[in-house]
Write a protein that binds this ligand. Structure first.
Ligand SMILES: NC(=O)c1ccc[n+]([C@@H]2O[C@H](COP(=O)([O-])OP(=O)(O)OC[C@H]3O[C@@H](n4cnc5c(N)ncnc54)[C@H](OP(=O)(O)O)[C@@H]3O)[C@@H](O)[C@H]2O)c1
Length: 320
């Protein structure tokens, strides 16, 4: 394998490009590195680029890169580029190690669970009204059975932390690969209804694939334990949003916390915005911090240059 040619770093956030430049330039000198935050800025680089490190670019852009050999997604999800035919004809696709993004996602999940166990909304409302509430006993994570759906690099960290905090943690995944992060493991589609039925809180950390799209269907949502809390931090397309509203209105799911949506940004007229049973956050729970994720690219770049195996290579047939 010959040494890699020019690299294009692509991020829609201009501030991030400066931060990546500060990390990558000294580490990769004398490699030729271009930076782009828009298709127009990428244009002059397309003919020569061999390595693309980025996110927010279109699959169509790849078709205009005749020398492309390797794409490293900055993020953990790849569903937006997976269909590009280049990956079937020898271009390698890798993604960022989820464990580099996981710590903030763990904090998000813990915060959203505690918001309910500590009744923080009710207490803030009472404060706004100048009311001293009569004594009530706050809940605890230790009283909850929490199910983590998706026990990959991120889900496993979430399960492990929640278990460390004393929750009874169960997990669901495609394979039955064992993990000590959960007390009980459920595997495969036929176990999904049984898995959700036993949980007070369900955390979805699944990739979007042809297998997971819409997998949280109406019948699965109706199988939840009444009063459950559903948190989705994977991808919006894994659940049926209309069926979710129905499950909340029917009193089956008491609250849902959503960071990801079928359509992003969430359209202004979407009922999720105003429903008291829904907490909306704008896909912020797992930010790509350049200083956190760039070392993974540098390690993979060194492997690529040396002709060694890369980490986090996407398996095209399973789509993650
Ligand atoms: N909201 C955000 O800001 C944010 C940030 C980062 C990532 N994400 C999302 O989080 C996802 C997970 O990231 P990760 O790094 O943990 O991915 P990962 O390491 O690839 O793990 C994926 C997990 O999903 C399971 N899975 C895949 N297909 C399944 C199916 N059909 N049925 C049941 N389980 C299935 C896998 O099961 P096996 O273990 O059996 O293979 C694995 O446990 C990403 O794909 C991305 O979409 C969101």
């Amino acid at each position: 394998m010959t040494g890699p040619g020019p690299i294009l770093v692509y991020s829609k956030y201009a501030d991030d490009l400066q931060r990546f430049r500060r990390i990558l330039e000294p580490a990769l000198a004398p490699a030729e590195i271009g930076y782009a935050g828009t298709p127009e800025q990428a244009e002059p680089h397309l003919a020569s680029v061999e390595v693309l490190y980025g996110w927010g670019f279109s699959s169509a852009m790849l078709a205009r890169m005749p020398k492309l050999r390797w794409v490293q997604k900055m993020g953990a999800g790849v569903e937006d580029v997976l269909e590009a035919p280049q990956f079937r004809t020898g271009v390698v696709l890798t993604r960022t190690d989820g464990r580099l993004i996981a710590p903030r996602m763990v904090e998000y999940v813990v915060a959203m669970i505690l918001q309910r166990t500590l009744k923080l909304r009710e207490v803030r409302k009472a404060q706004r009204e100048g009311q001293w509430l009569p004594y009530f006993e706050v809940g605890s994570i230790r009283q909850l059975t929490i199910g983590v759906a998706g026990l990959g690099e991120i889900g496993n960290e979430i399960a492990r932390t929640l278990r460390g905090l004393g929750a009874d943690v169960v997990g669901w995944r495609r394979s039955n690969a064992p993990t000590d992060a959960v007390r009980q493991l459920f595997a495969g589609r036929e176990a999904l209804a049984r898995f959700v039925a036993g949980c007070d809180v369900v955390v979805l950390v699944l990739p979007l694939t042809s297998q997971t799209r819409g997998i949280l269907s109406g019948s699965i949502l109706r199988a939840f334990r009444p009063g459950a809390h559903l948190i989705n931090i994977g991808r919006g397309g894994v659940l049926d949003e209309t069926a979710l509203m129905e499950a909340i209105d029917a009193g089956i799911i008491a609250h849902t916390t959503l960071d990801v949506f079928a359509t992003e940004p969430l359209p202004p007229a979407h009922p999720f915005w105003r429903h008291p049973g829904v907490t909306v956050t704008p896909h912020i729970c797992g930010p790509l911090i350049p200083e956190d994720v760039a070392p993974h690219f540098l390690a993979n770049y060194a492997a690529f240059a040396a002709g060694k195996p890369l980490r986090n290579v996407i398996e095209l047939d399973r789509q993650y």
